[in-house]
Design a protein around this ligand. Structure first.
Ligand code: ADP
Ligand code: UDP
Length: 238
């Protein structure tokens, strides 16, 4: 797949146009950011690990009937995806309290959330991704009511599929963030699912196996990502 011009350079991935207007190449870089891009570091092989992790998860979600942008893995660090018209909203599902929920409501980290909590944030680093509601999404025209309903339903379906998948690998899926877009009118899951955008705790020790290791300066970030991948049966080519 010949890539042409760079369409978008995000904090961790670059998107390139291809000769097919419906397809993009997503290149996963080693850049690792936290706190809305205030901290950026290079973690060697992170791009390859996240690309291959994401490919595995997107395939599982596709098999479970979730419409995703993923077409195929092109190289250790690149994926071919459908080009979506992205909706600037982050859909978060939470099974346990952590991160911003703990800071916002003062609840204990790890508190069980039953039923799982669904939250929305505006994707805007300059505003530090403020929390919004479905009413904001509709009122500001970021998505229609029907599109919002689909994103809500798909996020909870992803949660059900992946909670089971991770539990079988002795990992608790604590929370995660998804981004959706439109492909010829259909709401499709875009962006990535990797330990950069979710929280995973070891079922027995409670040890963090996700990007909180980077955010909290715990070290061993990529060893944890590799371990999660290995538990899922992913053989990384890095
Ligand atoms: P960020 O924008 O948060 O810095 P990334 O570095 O991950 O994040 O950049 C990837 C960018 O590509 C994001 O803006 C994301 O919304 C966008 N994107 C992801 N998947 C697609 C897709 N299938 N079509 C178009 N844009 C996409
Ligand atoms: N998340 C993300 N990108 C963001 C914000 C959050 O991938 O810009 C993920 C994060 O990794 C976690 C979940 O979404 O798995 C919920 O994040 P939270 O609201 O707790 O924010 P945080 O404290 O992680 O910034």
């Amino acid at each position: 797949m010949n890539t042409t011009e760079l369409l978008y350079q995000g904090k961790a991935k670059s998107a390139y146009l291809t000769e097919d207007p419906d397809l993009l190449v997503l290149a996963f870089r080693d850049d690792t950011s936290a706190f809305d891009g205030e901290v950026i570091e290079q973690l060697e092989a992170k791009g390859a690990i996240n690309n291959q992790f994401n490919a595995f998860i997107m395939q599982k979600l596709g098999e479970a009937g979730i419409p995703t942008h993923f077409v195929k893995q092109l190289s250790p660090t690149e994926a071919l995806v459908k080009r979506l018209e992205m909706i600037p909203v982050e859909c978060v599902a939470r099974n346990r309290a952590a991160g911003s929920l703990v800071r916002r409501l003062g609840v204990e980290e790890g508190l069980m959330l039953d039923p799982p909590l669904f939250e929305l944030f505006l994707k805007n680093d300059a505003l530090h991704d403020p929390m919004i509601t479905e009413h904001h999404v509709e009122a500001f025209g970021w998505a229609t009511r029907d599109e919002m309903d689909v994103m809500h339903r798909l996020t909870l379906e992803v949660n059900a599929v992946l909670s089971k998948l991770f539990l079988a690998a002795d990992l608790t899926l604590v929370d995660f963030k998804l981004e959706f877009g439109r492909f010829h009118g259909e709401i499709v899951l875009g962006d990535e699912f990797s330990p950069d955008g979710c929280r995973l705790w070891d079922v027995h020790s409670g040890e963090k196996k996700d990007k909180d290791r980077f955010r909290q300066g715990l070290g061993g970030v990529l060893d944890a990502y590799r371990e999660v991948g290995a538990r899922l049966g992913i053989v990384f080519d890095t």
